[in-house]
Design a protein around this ligand. Structure first.
Ligand code: ZN
Length: 423
């Protein structure tokens, strides 16, 4: 199973933005013999067939048609999100000031902002290129230290360690060069990377990212340190299990949504028509009647996998002592009576049964009763489709830091559980 950790590390490095993460997913699906289909085409799906499609150039839906009729066995769904908090480049804000070329950013989602400073930053994302008469979309990943967001010296800001609120407009602009008279340095870097002329670039969606590679960590190498563990780690676990599923009886679906960090109500977010439409089309292709489709939904189940908060030994007071998951002690069921998580006693039992079959320990997380609770894609999709759902995730530290930490054993254990789910 150790090869799964190696693949996770490269998956994390391949996906600095949702555009790149999406490509990392589809590369693996292509390699595993899944057929790419498109929403605009007429489908010809076959029982036993393995398919995937992409919406909005990021979200991916992959599925294997099961051997049993849908109305009998329903859909076995696992879902995650592929976006992470980050800094998006505001292209038109490039300026030469005080002998530096600088560019502003917009904060995407809720990062721990200070972790992004004083880091060597690469940039990646999507570029629209005019190629003769054609407008083409290119992925780009400039994996070189091309920018930095420097802190003020401690001498200029003596209170920095007391907690400083960075103003995103003023304090998070990135320095790209010194003494340069290049008017559009970001476009110039991208054009060089793609081997095109700057004038061919019509528009971009580019993000900075921390260049430090994902790595094993600790004396015993039992941890992983990386950006974007939330939620590429869960995405990788689901993807790995779906790919290894052999001729499942029920139809297995993996839904990798974008835009969870900003509320999911977008074209390719969890609060969209994406999953609903795909399930309906699969049913229609399998000659299931509308009645069969609704019967199938009521037989279906969803595992919503998003990273969980591990007990942090330096902040024990922030956790409910009875519901504090530990790193490398197993996948964690996330529970909240206000349904910020979709888990119920019944959906939990289905997951616990899978853990028992896989001989994997599991844990439970509930937030302290005097603290607000986070949420994820589970409750929304469950409500939209009427599918019983459990919210789970592997425990981690420093969620939304530019470097997050999780456990290697938990990752392998969750793959074992999902292998039972998708069999
Ligand atoms: Zn998440």
């Amino acid at each position: 199973m150790e090869h799964h950790i190696n693949d996770l590390l490269s998956f994390l490095d391949e996906g600095p933005t949702p555009f790149n993460a999406s490509a990392a997913i589809t590369r693996r699906l292509d390699k595993a013999g899944f057929t790419r289909i498109r929403e605009q085409d007429a489908w010809q799906l076959k029982p036993g067939g393995r398919y995937y499609l992409v919406r909005g150039e990021t979200a991916v839906m992959a599925f294997i048609i099961g051997s049993e009729p849908l109305a009998q066995s329903g859909f076995q769904i696992a879902a995650s999100h592929i976006d992470s908090p980050s800094l998006k480049i505001k292209g038109a804000s490039q300026k030469n000031v005080a002998n530096t070329s600088k560019v502003g950013v917009e904060v995407y989602g809720g990062p721990i902002v200070h972790t992004w400073l004083d880091r060597e930053l690469g940039l990646a994302g999507k570029v629209m290129v005019q190629d003769g008469q054609e407008l083409k979309t290119h992925l780009v990943n400039v994996a070189e230290p091309v920018a930095i967001i420097p802190n003020a010296a401690i001498h200029m800001n003596r209170d920095l360690n007391k907690g400083f609120q960075y103003n995103p407009q003023m304090h998070l602009t990135a320095i790209l060069a010194t003494g340069s008279d290049e008017e559009k340095p970001v476009k110039a870097i991208v054009a060089k990377e793609l081997n095109i002329d700057v004038e061919q670039i019509v528009d971009c969606e580019l993000y900075f990212y921390d260049l430090a590679k994902a790595t094993r960590l600790g004396l015993d190498k039992s941890m992983i340190s990386s950006g974007r563990l939330d939620n590429l780690a869960m995405t990788h676990a689901i993807l790995t299990s779906l790919i290894s599923a052999k001729q499942p009886q029920s139809t297995c679906v993996a839904a990798f949504f974008d835009h969870e960090e900003i509320g999911s109500t977008t074209l390719q977010g969890a609060d969209s028509s994406f999953l609903d439409i795909i399930l309906k089309r699969i049913s229609a292709q399998m000659k299931a009647t509308p009645e069969d489709h609704f019967r199938a939904l009521s037989q279906s189940f969803m595992i919503s996998a998003d990273m969980a908060h591990a007990l942090h030994p330096s902040y024990m007071e922030k956790y409910d002592p009875d519901y504090s998951p530990l790193i490398n002690k197993g996948p964690t069921i996330k529970i909240n009576s206000n349904h910020r998580y979709a888990s119920t006693a019944s959906s939990n039992q289905r997951f616990i049964r899978l853990c028992n079959e896989a001989k994997v320990e599991y844990q439970k997380f509930m937030v302290r009763s005097d603290m607000p609770c986070g949420s994820t894609v589970g409750p929304r999709v469950s409500a939209l489709l009427g599918i019983p759902t459990i919210d789970i995730g592997n425990p981690m530290w420093a969620m939304h830091s530019v470097r997050e930490v999780c456990g290697t054993k938990d990752h392998i254990d969750l793959i074992k559980v999902l292998n039972k789910y998708y069999r």
